[in-house]
Ligand binder design. Structure first.
Ligand code: NAG
Ligand code: NAG
Ligand code: NAG
Ligand code: NAG
Length: 294
């Protein structure tokens, strides 16, 4: 019971109140990832499971179980990992970071992820006194994963910017059929730049000569877009869509409110000032002319 309370408030375990409990319960909290995991097919994934303060190795036992299939994924007991206990599906695919266990890191590395690996995993940690656990979900195993940047990009007019788009590296580049960057506006979809069958296809008039891929990065699956000399009307949402075999995935990048740089403003003021004096000169000249005419 006290242990349960301790799990919800790790500060408690240092307080006198607990010391008075004859140290029956040391209290540790097993932590996992902040949310479900989405993993690329064929990749390696780390299923996090850890405690903040290392636990004594004596009597330590860590059991990883696939809860939906009720199979043993991996076991650490008597100072070592026990692959003999593993369910055959995980032989040579699921590993502890053995040297990290003494630091309280019981994470599991699962290699060559398959579609069937989708599901729930429980990491249960036992000390001589007590136990705690965390549940981890592999929510989906994706054939193709495309990522970008989570933050909007903001820029000044005239600047060069990069919009990120990265296809996971487990797809060989030669299997990527097409990558298209499009600007999706309210009423219109503008083709910004397309990569198809290893060729870069010229963009919409509005973007021509201003956009490009980083060609040296393409073999790495990096299809980030270089947009040069940004204009106010470039503001908006850009989608990078990748097609490989029967699969397609996308990411979006937002180009935010564009401002004018200090330099722009100074130049603008100078222009206004200049045109002001030009106007003055003009009016003087024209008046002079008018006088002459008269
Ligand atoms: C546990 O160790 C693995 C391998 O070094 C590392 O990737 C992971 O970030 C570690 N987790 C924590 C919580 O330190
Ligand atoms: C892709 O390439 C661009 C330009 O070199 C770089 O800024 C970006 O970090 C790269 N993205 C990845 C995921 O490597
Ligand atoms: C794509 O779909 C076709 C027809 O559904 C199928 O025969 C083929 O194996 C699929 N290719 C891949 C790479 O999944
Ligand atoms: C973009 O990807 C999301 C899922 O990440 C999907 O729901 C959406 O339909 C995709 N959009 C296009 C145009 O393919």
């Amino acid at each position: 019971m006290f242990c349960v309370i301790l799990h919800f408030n790790s500060h408690l375990h240092k307080c006198m109140f607990v010391a008075a409990l004859f140290m029956i319960c040391e209290g540790f909290l097993v932590k996992g990832p902040s949310g479900p995991l989405i993993v690329p097919l064929g990749s390696s994934v780390v299923l996090p499971c850890y405690v903040d303060d290392p636990l004594p190795l004596k009597g330590l036992k860590v059991i990883w179980v696939r809860t939906d299939a009720n199979t043993l994924v991996h076991v650490f007991q008597d100072y070592e990992s026990r692959p003999d206990a593993q369910y055959q599906d995980y032989h040579d695919r699921a590993h502890f970071f053995t040297d990290k266990i003494k630091h309280g890191n019981f994470s599991l590395r699962l290699e060559n992820v398959r579609a069937e690996d989708k599901g729930f995993y429980r990491c249960k940690v036992y000390t001589e006194q007590e136990s705690d656990e965390t549940l981890i979900q592999i929510k989906s195993v994706e054939h193709l994963m495309v990522s970008g940047s989570n933050h909007p990009v903001s820029a000044y007019v005239g600047e060069d910017i990069t919009l990120n788009c990265f296809a996971d590296s487990h797809i060989p580049p030669e299997e990527i059929d097409e990558v298209s960057w499009r600007k999706t506006d309210k009423n219109e979809i503008i083709q910004v730049l397309v990569f198809e069958k290893n060729k870069i296809i010229p963009a919409d008039e509005r973007y021509r000569h201003r956009v490009d891929f980083f060609t040296a990065e393409i073999p790495k699956g990096n299809f980030s877009l270089r947009l040069k000399s940004v204009r106010t009307e470039d503001k908006g949402v850009y989608m990078c869509q990748v097609f490989a075999g029967n699969f397609s995935a996308n990411t979006t990048a937002v180009l935010e409110q564009l401002g004018f740089s200090v330099l722009h403003i100074i130049v603008l003021i100078l222009c206004i000032a200049a045109s002001g004096s030009a106007a003055a000169v003009c009016s003087v000249v024209s008046k002079t002319k008018i006088i002459k005419h008269n």
